[in-house]
Structure formats: C-alpha cells, structure tokens
Design a protein. Structure first.
Length: 117
C-alpha cells in the first residue's frame, strides 16, 4: 500500500503546491506520510500537511504527517528523526486533529466511540 499512497499523494500535493519535493509513505503502508517541501511562507508546511490529510489518497489512510524542510530526505529515516529532534518545538509545531476518519484495518482505529463521535 505504501507505493500506492506515495505516488498519488505526491502528484495531488505537487499539483497544488509546487514546493513539495517528495512524499514517503513507505514505512507504515501509508498510515504515516513524511513530506519534504520548500518553505513559501510561515505556516506553509502546516498548510501542506493539513491538505495531505484531505486528499483522496490521504483521507482515511494517512493518520500522521511529518513535514520536513527541503534539505531533509524523507526516505532517510535517521535524517527525519534528527530533524524532528533538533528542529521541532512541540508546544507550537504539533497539530492534533481529533475524530478524523481512519482506515478500518488500522489497529489504532479500534478505539471505543466517544459520546461526541
């Protein structure tokens, strides 16, 4: 499922955001996407990440997105982890979207429904 998510997700994002450099959804079969992009303006990576969650190949499949700068290879996991540990400010850089749809085959989707769901 990873390649079936990587390529279409890259194409869909690149059509809207030419700054997108690469998309890697290989490690977790599409449940996690690592996206490399050039920075157009402040908050641009957040906009791309949110859009990735709502594309036809993101919605229901991708439940986590890691955005990295263009100098980080999203296919090189040690580079990605170094970027996360050295460049991320958890207080302001992490975004949580509650109650997003997830793939039924995802083990994390077996949570009990909350009263607001």
């Amino acid at each position: 499922m990873g390649p079936a998510t990587c390529v279409p997700l890259y194409q869909q994002l690149k059509a809207e955001f030419p700054e997108v450099q690469a998309v890697n959804a290989m490690y977790t079969h599409g449940l996690l996407a690592i996206i490399s992009t050039k920075k157009r303006y402040g908050g641009f990576a957040r906009a791309v990440g949110l859009r990735a969650m709502t594309t036809p190949h993101g919605l229901g499949y991708v439940k986590m997105v890691i955005m990295v700068d263009e100098d980080v290879d999203p296919f090189n996991l040690p580079q990605v982890m170094w970027a996360l540990s050295s460049k991320v400010n958890p207080a302001g850089d992490l975004v949580q979207l509650p109650n997003m749809s997830v793939l039924e085959l995802d083990p994390g989707s077996s949570r009990q429904a909350s009263p607001t769901s």
